[in-house]
Design a protein around this ligand. Structure first.
Ligand code: AMP
Length: 405
């Protein structure tokens, strides 16, 4: 099948086109500054990238531009747009309603809209993209792929917060978890790479990018994860605080008279690495830390320590550990960060092969970086959320016996 995947933000549309028969990506790109002045598309086929300035009022116009490019004589990959069999849409929050990818109809759109209260920054933009794409491509199936779906296997004792039950019963306040597509993909790859020994597996997957999350995966299922009701909980991120005593929020609200909007901006955009230093970029922090900058050194140490605490906690939650996976920008590219996280964990049977670790950069290939004597396998697996989306779309269509034109 030829699948178009879309990941719509409030002012951007990320896309890719897959041929699922060969598992190959035919093209990918991004439309930026949707609804603003100075919109443009960066479109990549193989290693060839073109950047085109466009006028782009809204998501519908953005998607129309993308479709035109896909069939254009110079940069196109399709003869005719009717070759696209289905569209997969990334949706951040699926709440408790969606435990797997789902064919989109009016009812599904309504639920995604209702879930906007839980993900006000993401779901409305995802929905705008869905509505625009269904308008432009009305004859083919559209499938929603949820960031939260993989974590719907968490047991209740792990996903509930110790707050009044009414908050859960009426408002569905609980841990949902995110980056599900990424954690699913890398854990499946690890099980394939490590073969039979991983059939009964206890895996910790570390998605270390600008957003950071860690997931405990037992026999292929997520049993705990660090992000919560929103992607703010858990590890220290580029601009997000991660775990915090809720008392800090109350104290600052009272002492500086902060509004919910101000607090939202501080905790989501001005905290984490950028809050401690002045940058959210791990490359800069690592460099400055080696040059003796104290704040960068502290930020690095804090980020590493928080990851180590979660590895300890999840090893207990899993009842042991067979493999640790590193993925996303920092996980795939930073031997330094991986080394800091793992170097003191030999007592858990975790032994890094330092040479292999140094070589694993660039995010192109799956690599095993544990020493032969390590009880726990350590892997670097470049994440591929778009491929999972495309495969999921195909699976849903085949499982439901949906006719594609
Ligand atoms: P992502 O959100 O997956 O694109 O990851 C972004 C993060 O990865 C940023 O903090 C980058 O600084 C970090 N990153 C990318 N390349 C490297 C590298 N070579 N060393 C350290 N951090 C990196």
């Amino acid at each position: 099948m030829i699948i178009l995947t879309l990941n719509c933000g409030s002012s951007s549309v990320k896309y890719s086109v897959f041929n699922t028969a060969h598992g190959t990506m035919l093209a990918r790109g991004i439309v930026e500054r949707v609804g603003l002045t100075g919109s443009f598309i960066s479109h990549t086929v193989g290693t060839h990238e073109v950047k085109i300035e466009i006028k782009c009022l809204n998501h519908k116009v953005a998607i129309e531009h993308v479709l035109k490019l896909l069939v254009s004589s110079s940069d196109g990959i399709l003869e005719n747009i009717t070759e696209v069999n289905a569209v997969g849409h990334r949706v951040v929050h699926g709440g408790e309603f969606f435990i797997e990818s789902t064919i989109i109809n009016e009812e599904v759109e309504d639920v995604i809209a209702e879930l906007s209260t839980l993900a006000p920054l993401h779901n409305p933009a995802n929905l705008q993209g869905i509505q625009a794409a269904r308008d432009v491509l009305p004859k083919i199936p559209h499938v929603a792929v949820f960031d939260t779906a993989f974590h719907q296997t968490l047991p209740e004792y792990a996903f509930r917060y110790a707050i009044p039950s009414r908050w859960y019963d009426e408002k569905k306040i609980r841990k949902y978890g995110f980056h599900g597509t990424s954690h699913f993909y890398v854990s499946q790859r690890a099980m394939q790479l490590l073969g039979d020994s991983m059939k009964k597996s206890r895996i910790i997957s570390l998605h270390l990018g600008n957003g950071v999350s860690i997931t405990a995966i037992k026999d292929g299922k997520s049993i705990d994860t660090s992000m919560g009701l929103t992607p703010l909980e858990g590890l220290i991120m580029g601009t997000r605080s991660g775990d915090l005593d809720p008392g800090v929020i109350l104290y600052m609200m009272r002492s500086e008279n902060l509004s919910p909007e101000e607090l939202d901006a501080i905790l989501n955009r001005k905290s984490g690495l950028i809050g401690i230093t002045t940058t959210s970029d791990m490359r800069d922090i690592e460099k400055k830390a080696t040059e003796g900058d104290e704040k960068s050194h502290l930020a690095l140490k804090m980020a590493v320590y928080r990851v180590q605490k979660y590895i300890g906690a999840y090893t207990v939650a899993l009842g042991g550990l067979n493999a640790i996976i590193f993925t996303a920008g920092i996980g795939e590219n930073s031997p330094t960060f991986r080394n800091h996280v793992l170097k003191d964990l030999e007592f858990l049977g975790i032994k890094l092969d330092e040479k292999a670790n140094k070589k694993a950069i660039g995010g192109k290939e799956d690599q095993i970086i544990s020493a032969d004597s390590s009880d726990v396998k350590i892997l670097v697996i470049p994440t591929n959320e778009e491929l999972v989306m495309a495969q999921d779309v195909e699976n849903v269509i085949l499982r439901r016996n949906i006719k594609i034109p």
